[in-house]
Ligand binder design. Sequence first.
Ligand code: AMP
Length: 308
Amino acid sequence: MGKLVIVGTVAFDAIETPFGKTDKILGGAATFIGLAASHFNIDTTAVSIVGGDFPQEYLDLLSEKKIDTSGIEIVKDGKTFFWSGRYHNDMNSRDTLVTELNTLADFNPVVPENYRDAEIVMLGNLHPIVQSSVLDQMTTKPKLVILDTMNFWMDSALEDLHNVIKRVDVITINDEEARQLTGEYSLVVAARKIHAMGPEYVVIKKGEHGALLFHNDHVFYAPALPLEEVFDPTGAGDTFAGGFAGYIAKTGDTSFDNMKKAVIYGSTLASFCVEKFGTERMIDLSSEEVHKRLLQFKQLTQFDIELT
Ligand code: AMP
């Protein structure tokens, strides 16, 4: 059984979609990644920071999901990271309304001692210097380092982002962000340029249009499961990353073939995330439901064709 270190935000989110609106609810990249990874029965720790306003019941919830929270620093007189976003009618694009870094502005991550030899490190969306600092604390070289990022950090810390991208094996990024990072419209050309920045594997997430995994000249494509209802896409990208990282940590196999399966697990878990607001759907998701949807996924993508 592998160990997984996650670093990312543990946050309050306020979300508006065409279907409704929430007040501050539990969110954050590390939260979504952790909830997805909790389906693989691996040892997982979340490294993050919150303020004194963060409810103990949320921390308890993560612990119940067997996510070690000893790496989540609590700043008693500080405020938790807050993000607010509004989705457009297509549910594929959104505007960020507010990003309040709060305690995150002075965050020095500390990886718990017993996780410094973890095989898999998932650098969730966060300041690239914080992501680098987590790598510096690992006492043995991880088998696989995965990084997720977003336009916010490209706009505010591009040089630091390039420095950490050099150090990772896999990057997961959405299509628009891949275009912004490379200045290329074609995702194939963008993936090639990102390879040249360091990562051997590039995953480009395309929301309801699935995900592409690039490795040298090989490409694997997984569609997103066509869903009757998409309620709130927040966290889908992180949930995908958590499913991907969790599956690799569980199997210990970092081959391209196994990464294809990890992409399928990531896509399957993300398909649940969007069905309710925030983390709501992921909190009560059972392994039977995941299994059933994996079968649906198989049926969706398998076909026999006679080539003459
Ligand atoms: P996703 O929809 O997968 O891109 O992730 C949404 C989550 O990312 C939300 O729960 C937010 O709390 C978190 N988030 C939003 N902006 C940032 C940021 N600049 N840095 C880190 N996490 C963020």
